[in-house]
Design a protein around this ligand. Structure first.
Ligand SMILES: NC(=O)c1ccc[n+]([C@@H]2O[C@H](COP(=O)([O-])OP(=O)(O)OC[C@H]3O[C@@H](n4cnc5c(N)ncnc54)[C@H](O)[C@@H]3O)[C@@H](O)[C@H]2O)c1
Length: 246
């Protein structure tokens, strides 16, 4: 396997499980030193994960102070951050928009959108200074299409896409590339927050007739996060099994 990320440092938010863990594994295989940011980083099963991260830090991406403190520690210990994968996210309740609990709305926006902003805001000055960086924001097909009963999630992910495009234009001449991915549904812990009807409806929308695999996401992210991705910024890479047509 290509070791094209040898010597680089990659931060993966929400990297303790699911898609984030899959991305972390794959970036490690490509040679990167892995830093995991998650709410609870106590129980790392090295034999199940197949690797041990260089650093694991308890970070709440919805807290700017928490993000800034963790980032400063990474720079102090490892000297550089080349890759940031903003993957941490929650689904929130599945309910009509007019009944959507205000507190849940605020929480979904705080983690799924403002958290991405906080992490980018913190990492970008360091990347600009080094004139190199790759930021991959995990959006969702929901952010392109809008999905009924998950309006907060869809709005947050649409916000991630627009934020990525805006910042990418600002940084286009600084060697810092920002892109996002828009995956269709994957079977992860996030599904526990969804109803069986919602899961079935999501699968029915995918022309390939199956759910996406974490490894498929990880392979795509590993390319976007590397130096071979050199002329694409502010783009949304779909992983939709044929669902996305624009
Ligand atoms: N599963 C899917 O079908 C799917 C589809 C499209 C996009 N996504 C997106 O992919 C990302 C990962 O989803 P997943 O399915 O692996 O979910 P998951 O619930 O399995 O994992 C999410 C991880 O994020 C962490 N996290 C949650 N809030 C956090 C916070 N405030 N600070 C730091 N870490 C936090 C959790 O502890 C967990 O480890 C999310 O952004 C999600 O919206 C998922």
């Amino acid at each position: 396997m290509s070791q094209h990320l040898e010597g680089q440092t990659a931060i993966i938010t929400g990297g303790m499980r699911g898609i984030g863990l899959g991305i972390a594994k794959r970036l490690r295989q490509a040679g990167a030193n892995i830093v995991i940011w998650d709410l609870n980083v106590d129980q790392w099963d090295a034999s199940a994960a197949g690797f041990t991260p260089t650093l694991r830090q308890a970070v709440n991406v919805a807290s700017l102070a928490s993000v800034e403190a963790a980032f400063a520690e990474v720079v102090e210990q490892l000297g550089r951050v080349d890759i940031l994968v903003n993957n941490a996210g929650i689904n929130g309740p599945v309910v009509e928009s007019w009944n959507y609990p205000v507190e849940a709305w605020d929480q979904v926006l705080a983690i799924d959108l403002t958290g991405v902003f906080y992490c980018c805001r913190t990492a970008i000055p360091h990347m600009r200074e080094r004139q190199y960086g790759r930021i991959v924001n995990v959006a969702s097909m929901a952010g392109k299409d809008g999905v009924q009963y998950i309006s907060a999630y869809s709005a947050a992910k649409a916000g991630v896409i627009a934020f990525t495009k805006s910042a990418a234009k600002e940084l286009a001449q600084d060697g810092v590339l920002l892109n996002c991915i828009a995956p269709a549904m994957v079977e992860t812990g996030l599904m526990a927050e969804m109803t069986p009807e919602h899961i079935a409806a999501s699968k029915a929308k995918i022309p390939m007739g199956r759910f996406l695999q974490i490894e498929e996401i990880a392979n795509m992210v590993t390319w976007i996060a590397g130096p071979e991705c050199s002329f694409t910024t502010g783009f949304v890479f779909d992983l939709s099994g044929g669902r996305a047509t624009y």
